[in-house]
Design a protein around this ligand. Structure first.
Ligand code: PMP
Length: 378
């Protein structure tokens, strides 16, 4: 089996699993308990938090452990918007965001917020002029993703940070799920951001929310008041300590990984672009681990099945939206023609991807192409 669907999830690293097991075996106590063992568990938890702060070079931010990016995005976007409502009611986001952002802002629309969607250019880069035209004194939040999970396009965080300096009410929130461990993240250019462990060889159900202005956020989860009152619920110490471990490993390996994955990406893009009827959607200067191509005129599901039969696991657009009957929103927003959207598939890498996996994909591609040749629109 060659696993090339790492934007959907990655394989947990053995070191991370070991840490998870060890902490669960030795420190299974509730870190809120007042007894000695509870205090020890709490100490471990706080040292994981401190480790994350130093890994991310955080100065004044707070790290909140959550169950992943969906929860983190929901908590901060809803909490922040509600606490800022008296100062302004416009949120800027984009149609390219993950559903955990898009559906959250759609729900806020029902609470009276105005949602403005910034446009992207055809190569999936942000239309900066359009972004500027959306800024006004009513904007209280900007919610955008660092690396797009369908196309791999990279957000110009620094430019946005600079542009919003004239609008002090704006809270700039970034979904860094697909960038962490692949590209450098400058935590000090954002007011909040989220990470998800299972996208960088950690575990499913672990993530963080990094946040600058904790005191001003309206809580949306009520209970025992854990995680500074922001995320009630018994804290999962083993998960949080193993997340810190996954982050440390990912950051140590980031630079080498980046180079290796760029090479894999260009191997695939260069090969397939020579075949009539194949369209390369991902861009050369995008993130190194995401390749998006279309078999124009053929259904993405058919392509994925055909690769799967050959032992190659890839994805139609994104796993979160592939079960939805409508066309992929990212590719639609980028004006990709409908028959290329329907026929689009994503190939994505992680640190366990080898050159042999990429070669296996290329061989399978040739066979799948032969099989689909008559159906392709050339
Ligand atoms: N944002 C992006 C960009 C993602 O790719 C994903 C995972 N598909 C999420 C958020 C949600 O992350 P989680 O699975 O941790 O809830």
């Amino acid at each position: 089996m060659n696993y090339l669907d790492n934007c959907a999830t990655t394989k947990p690293a053995p070191e991370v699993l070991n840490t998870f097991n060890t902490v669960n075996t030795t420190y299974y106590f509730n870190p809120s308990s007042p007894h000695g063992k509870g205090l020890e568990a709490n100490k471990l938890l706080e040292s994981a938090r401190d480790q994350i702060k130093s890994l991310l070079h955080l100065k004044h931010q707070t790290v909140i452990f959550t169950s992943g990016a969906t929860e983190s995005n929901n908590l901060v976007i809803t909490g922040m918007a509600r606490s800022k409502k008296q100062f302004g009611q416009t949120i800027i986001t984009s149609k390219l965001e993950h559903p955990s952002v898009l559906e959250t802002v759609r729900a806020l629309e029902d609470e009276g917020f105005t949602i403005k969607y910034v446009k992207f250019n055809e190569d999936a880069t942000l239309d900066i002029e359009h972004f500027k035209s959306l800024l006004n004194q009513d904007v209280v939040m900007v919610c955008l993703m660092h690396v797009n999970n369908v196309m791999g396009a990279i957000l110009p965080i620094k430019d946005i940070h600079t542009l919003i300096q004239d609008y002090p009410k704006i809270h700039f929130h970034v979904d860094c799920v697909q960038s962490f461990g692949k590209l450098p993240i400058d935590a000090n250019l954002m007011d909040s951001f989220v990470l998800s462990g299972h996208k960088f060889n950690g575990l499913k159900g672990q993530g963080i929310l990094v946040f600058d202005q904790l005191v001003t956020v309206t809580h949306t989860l009520f209970g025992g008041g854990q995680e500074y009152g922001f995320r009630s619920g018994t804290v999962n110490v083993a998960s949080d300590v193993s997340l810190a471990k996954a982050m440390r490993i990912a950051l140590n390996e980031q630079d080498d990984l980046n180079k290796r994955l760029h090479h894999f990406k260009s191997m695939i893009e260069t090969t397939v672009s020579e075949y009539p009827g194949i369209r390369v959607n991902s861009v050369a200067n995008g993130a190194p681990h995401v390749v998006n191509i279309s078999f124009v005129g053929v259904k993405g599901e058919v392509i994925v099945n055909s690769f799967s039969k050959r032992g190659i696991m890839i994805s139609t657009t994104s796993a979160c939206s592939s079960k939805r009957a409508k066309l992929n929103e990212t590719l639609t927003a980028l004006n990709v023609p409908n028959d290329a959207i329907t026929g689009s598939v994503r190939i994505s890498f992680d640190k366990y991807t080898t050159e042999a996996d990429v070669q296996a994909f290329i061989e399978a591609f040739k066979a799948v192409y032969e099989e689909m040749k008559e159906l392709l629109k050339k």
